[in-house]
Write a protein that binds this ligand. Structure first.
Ligand SMILES: C[S@@+](CC[C@H](N)C(=O)[O-])C[C@H]1O[C@@H](n2cnc3c(N)ncnc32)[C@H](O)[C@@H]1O
Length: 213
């Protein structure tokens, strides 16, 4: 048993529906490793349950695994907006949202995130950024402008399999972009942040509020 298997074995079950979605993603969808999976999914669900958000934004739905995890903490009158560019994923996403009986609480937007986010008339309590890595600074600025003071933004893949440690490989645009993004967030006086070394690196950002510690 390696460390990842040990961590997975000592993390709560995601439940039958999410296990089925993960299996189907690995059987039928290209690049299945993009799914958040059990451990990160449980963390997203726990963070959402602590925040009890009224409005959640997800940028990059893929097959909807993290969507359903994030929705676990939604208030009864809350709503989650999730954005996916690949319309071939619409069928699997909507089927699992229906099976989870979350149709009334989740809106799937098919299209480009940079076009869709400005049109969302919500102030978000929780945002999960997990789409095109080169556009992370733009997603971050758009999301931060729509985040309440004290609200959370989570950003996935910020360690990029550890490649951000080796910037000599200047041909890899995504590595350079993610490193620049991590530097930008850490220097941003509007937020507090912590980089969690979970899976591929999860940045947790809180928009500073009115209360001073
Ligand atoms: C890493 S996957 C998301 C994984 C998902 N959040 C999860 O945890 O299971 C990234 C997704 O972002 C989508 N994507 C990439 N560029 C996008 C864009 N400009 N607008 C919306 N979605 C985009 C991709 O099609 C892909 O499905």
């Amino acid at each position: 048993m390696d460390l990842d298997q040990y961590i997975t074995a000592h993390t709560a079950s995601a439940g039958e529906l999410l296990d089925a979605l993960q299996r189907e993603t690995y059987l039928k969808v290209l690049q299945p490793h993009m799914i958040s999976g059990k451990v990160q999914g449980r963390l997203l669900a726990m963070i959402s349950k602590i925040i009890q958000p009224k409005y959640i934004l997800e940028i990059g739905t893929f097959t909807g695994y993290a969507t359903l995890c994030l929705a676990e903490g939604l208030r009864a009158d809350g709503h989650l907006h999730t954005i996916e560019a690949n319309d071939e994923l619409q069928e699997i996403i909507t089927r699992y949202i229906k099976q989870a009986q979350r149709e009334a609480q989740i809106t799937l937007h098919i299209g480009q995130a940079l076009d869709i986010i400005p049109a969302l008339a919500c102030t978000f309590d929780l945002t999960f950024i997990d789409a095109d890595k080169l556009a992370y600074p733009q997603y971050y600025e758009l999301a931060l402008a729509k985040t309440r003071q004290g609200g959370t933004i989570l950003i996935d893949n910020v360690l990029w399999k550890g490649k951000v440690l080796d910037l000599t490989n200047h041909k890899d645009k995504k590595t350079l972009a993610l490193h620049a993004f991590n530097e930008m967030v850490t220097a941003d006086s509007r937020v507090e942040n912590v980089l969690l070394p979970l899976r591929d690196g999860l940045m947790w950002v809180i928009k500073k509020g009115l209360c001073k510690a």
